[in-house]
Write a protein that binds this ligand. Sequence first.
Ligand code: ASP
Length: 304
Amino acid sequence: MAATRFVLAVHGGAGAPPREGLDPAAAHRRHAGLRRALIAGRDILAAGGSALDAVTAAVVALEDDPEFNAGRGSVFTAAGTQEMDAAIMDGRDRRAGAVAGICGPKHPVLAARRVMEASPHVFLAGPGAIAFCRAQGLDFAEPGYFATASRRPQLASTDTAGRHGTVGAVARDGDGNLAAATSTGGTAGKAPGRIGDTPIIGAGTYADNGTCAVSATGEGEFFIRFAVAHEISARIAHGGQGLAEAAGAALAAVATAGGSGGLVAVDRSGTIALPFNTERMYRGYVGADGIVHTAILDEAYRSS
Ligand code: ASP
């Protein structure tokens, strides 16, 4: 099986405290977390595995990492609860699965994938989604697993840039198939019941082998209103734009309306784009040479 020309890109959110708030030790931990996720996906792609399996593995690794706002380490709602959203999409046939407003399944992205593969539906929310996950035998976390101490002070934060974050991955495998997956705790201090762009197909997550795969992060309300992930695909399909141009234009429209964020995307030729209009976006990529590249600010990538 061909394992050539694969590429995987991940993000750990564009939400962040002000620049002076990120100490070198935290930066180091986040580079390491991105790297672990990229290696998990890379190893699947290098062995001839699918883009779908690679983005799943990368997002699982980021959900396990309390440094990022997804799975363990998810932010709190205004009511002090945690409500997670996730989605996955397979570019081969545009099958998709999503969950919203759940707390219990250890890996929300696996819940989304199970919705895609084991239900006739695309999107399950709340108690019904949790019951489905139990019936499917998915791993549930112990009480307290998701709640990390460092997330609580964010409830009091007035800095909107510090209130969000998300994880996501896009990949093109050696057979030319695309996939995207995204997972989040949402925005800190959100109203209970609020759902962001992450699990909404075409807003925060999208994949179509004919165009591109996209995973977004940022102020979800804007990404929903501007259907950002599908907008990028549509610009390629109908406007003849290249990936960077399409992604840049979609993000510029969000910025014009006052929204901030970023995204990772890959097109069918394996070209990647990782644009953001925030101060930083935790991000990285790896290609068939196996070299892992990670970055946080608008700086040179660390490669190893
Ligand atoms: N987009 C996510 C949401 O609105 C949060 C983020 O990516 O920062 O739920």
